[in-house]
Write a protein that binds this ligand. Structure first.
Ligand code: SF4
Length: 89
């Protein structure tokens, strides 16, 4: 993602917006209850698949659900939302 590309159109400088967004995602992931989290090895596999996927937008979100993949992949109950195909399996 380009540092000069704003995440939103507020007056917060784009670089700060991005940092705040990453911090918010990291805080969300940290707060997922342990019993709901994907195991580390599976999480890494899911993210490796997302990183090569044509549906990954801006390196962060999935075009099919709009989720931040870093967050969605960390929840064990979630599946890849690609229509007709679960790329994570
Ligand atoms: S379609 Fe599936 S593999 Fe592709 S970015 Fe979305 S969640 Fe990741």
């Amino acid at each position: 993602m380009n540092d000069n590309m704003p995440v939103c159109m507020c007056k917060i400088p784009p670089k700060l917006q991005k940092n705040q967004m990453y911090e918010a995602i990291a805080a969300y992931v940290r707060n997922i209850p342990v019993e709901q989290r994907t195991a580390d090895d599976i999480y890494e596999k899911r993210l490796a698949i997302c990183s090569e996927c044509e549906a990954l937008v801006g390196g962060l979100t999935c075009k099919y659900c709009g989720c931040f993949v870093l967050a969605r992949a960390r929840k064990d109950s979630q599946q890849c939302p690609m229509p007709g195909r679960n790329c994570w399996e």
